[in-house]
Write a protein that binds this ligand. Sequence first.
Ligand code: G4P
Length: 530
Amino acid sequence: MSNYEKEINRRRTFAIISHPDAGKTTLTEKFLLYGGAINLAGSVKGKATARHAVSDWMEIEKERGISVTSSVLQFEYGGFCINILDTPGHQDFSEDTYRTLMAADSAVMVIDASKGVEAQTRKLFKVCVMRKIPIFTFINKLDRDANDTFELLDEIEKELGIATCPVNWPIGSGKGFKGVYDRDRHCVITYSDTEKGTKEGESTEIPMDDRQALLSAIGEEAVGVLNDEIELLDGASAEFDLDLIRAGELTPVFFGSALTNFGVEFFLQHFLKMTTTPLPRKADKGLIDPVENEFSAFVFKIQANMNKAHRDRIAFMRICSGKYESSMEVKHVQGGKVMRLSQPQQIMASERKILEEAYAGDIIGVFDPGIFSIGDTLCMPKEQFQYEGIPTFAPEHFARVRQMDTMKRKQFVKGITQIAQEGAIQIFQEYNTGMEEIIVGVVGVLQFDVLKYRLENEYNVEIKLEPLPYEHIRWIENKDIDLAKLVGTSDMKKIKDLKGNPLLLFVNAWSVGMTLDRNEGLILAEFGRD
Ligand code: G4P
């Protein structure tokens, strides 16, 4: 195998999804710890400092102490080169959070053992399913009182519709947490408190048939419960099947406690064995193979104002095939131009490192003078193909935009259209009028503030946002529909996007169902595709 092939094959690119506070940041820090990228002291820094370190690119971020951008981390572990894509949560949940998943080959789903499946996990999970990417589950915080293990698995299966296969099994939880049972090796790995991960764990491995050692390590009661649960589990749970895992139909489940480092390395080692090398990606001329094909990439995110002094934009791209070398010429397919990428860099938390080379699976950020759009393809100058577009994800909050100074109409339309093109917000119009009435839709409410702030600071335009009660948006898949004749519920609103595609807004899910009932043959989609 050539060095080039080896480099690609050792890459693993995944996103971490979870509901806020499930432990995504802590788990990521522990991955970095095992990868040697940070030391123990670094792993215990408070959340506030960690968050602050990620980015202070925008004033708004500084004011609120949260990060609007999703960051990419790269580290080495056991010969693998790992790219982690963080999916921001809290109020900074936005369409970018969804788009990040378009650049990952698999997803790690972190669940709080005392909470189970929560809203944000559910939303992000839908996108993973749409892409059929493998999903690995880490059930966290076993050092705290947890829900019943069988119930947790049941909830994942019922709520998310994916079969589960536990790789290990927890023995108790909270104060009674004794460790996990490794189903493959038939042994118990004991838990020892590492004082929030500040010291090395002292876990021991005890084979199940060494009854004496087991009894003295976890006690008679725990041994009894464990034996019963293993019996139940072996009879009830889905069998381990790597093909189903890679097809995104079965999720391996791991239990642990990120805070105390327990089960993190176990997870990392198994995950790296099960997950894939960079996957081929669909383009208009067929599948593009990461190794066989020369350099190609697609833009999945555009970040404006990374540096306020320069008003710059960074386009984040995922390399899908081949090798990128700085100074090489590439073709921007949508722009029809051959060019050199400007200041290609790897964005690592707040650090930016200029890149010499990067391989399929890696994420790079390049300076964008305003030429790139989300979904754009880059390839070798002699090639000509386009990657499948990135869908538009459904906004969940809507507002009518009122412009305060009507004299500045031109700037207003230019500003709002540009911001929409970057993908931070979506704008719509009444279906039978022009730009007089603008409705803005966002995935996370913070984007409303970002819009207001940016229009004021970059375009000198003041706006007022009037919240609208809609919560559901649907794209109409029927190409020949006559919107005027469509019969909906009284609270339904007919709108169109910038490209003139018809859409419907609803206040609740009931109205969506009613409208489908009233219009035979109507097909409504939750994702928009061009
Ligand atoms: P997030 O990125 O998913 O939002 O979660 P994050 O890692 O920031 O963790 C949220 C809180 O849960 C943090 O506590 C963190 O220390 C705690 N936590 C994470 N993993 C575990 C675990 O395995 N066990 C226990 N007991 N707690 C865990 P915090 O008090 O909000 O922040 P901090 O001040 O401790 O940093």
